[in-house]
Design a binder for this molecule. Structure first.
Ligand SMILES: [Mn+2]
Length: 257
């Protein structure tokens, strides 16, 4: 069991089909920490509203987090735009579990980091939830359209091509440039006199310095499987569990055959 000062995870999207809940469960089982930060979009209530998808593995993740809290880990749940239904209850403290919109975290090396999901700085989600929900619906529709399209493509002898991904990349480039997002977050830190930021939201794990501000993004557990950790010595690292889990699945396949 590896012990860390703090572990930060975001964009788990429990309640949606894409969630890599088993990967996360295995990760939490093998890593311990003094502080666990859930940096938003942990439970995806947009998806839950339209159709309930909740396998046992999703409950296992939650019960594991609760048992961590029971065993002394301080758990801070920062709300995101997909779990904004929790925002009416914040701030809330239940024993070792705290629910809030943002948190200023003092790192081992003495820096002050703003821990926030980050949707507050995304032009699309900020200026209209309806627009984002619509975008989500369009995306789901495109995935279906994509299946039909690729059925015909393969019939005609063409290779697989993702229409949804193409359009998603295109629209993201147009309205939601990652650089703008990082830029506005770093500006916010500067005005608040903070040293850095820990966020999520754009599903892009990263550790970098932007305009002199430490920028740390936890990534996600949908498209990838990444966690941000702070060691006892105060070093920040990104852990990518995708390759480990895929290797484990391959070993299982081999041993079964
Ligand atoms: Mn988000």
């Amino acid at each position: 069991m590896e012990k860390y000062k703090s572990i930060f995870i975001s964009d788990v999207h429990l309640g949606s089909k894409g969630c890599k809940s088993k990967y996360l469960y295995n990760f939490l089982k093998t890593h311990s920490c003094e502080n666990l930060f859930l940096v938003g979009d942990i439970i995806d209530c947009w998806r839950l509203k339209s159709k309930i998808y909740w396998p046992q593995e999703h409950s296992n993740v939650i019960s594991n987090i609760l048992s961590m809290a029971k065993n002394g880990t301080k758990v801070t749940y920062i709300t995101g735009n997909h779990d904004d239904f929790l925002r009416i209850y914040q701030p809330l403290q239940l024993g070792n579990l705290e629910l809030k919109e943002e948190h200023v975290y003092k790192t081992v090396s003495g820096k002050n980091f703003l821990v926030i999901h980050g949707d507050q700085f995304d032009i699309v989600t900020k200026y209209g939830k309806s627009l984002s929900v619509l975008g989500d619906k369009v995306y789901t529709f495109l995935l279906t359209l994509n299946k039909v399209l690729n059925f015909f493509r393969s019939r005609l002898g063409f290779g697989y091509w993702s229409l949804a991904k193409y359009l998603k990349d295109l629209t993201k480039k147009a309205v939601n440039k990652a650089s703008d997002y990082e830029e506005s977050l770093s500006k916010e830190c500067k005005t608040r006199n903070l040293d850095g930021i820990v966020c999520g939201h754009i599903h892009k794990a990263q550790i970098s310095v932007i305009n002199g501000i430490d920028y740390l993004n936890c990534g996600d557990w949908v498209e990838s499987a990444t966690a941000l950790v702070e060691t006892m010595k105060g070093e920040f690292k990104l852990i990518n569990r995708g390759d480990i889990e895929k290797a484990r699945e391959n070993i299982k396949l081999l041993s079964n055959s």
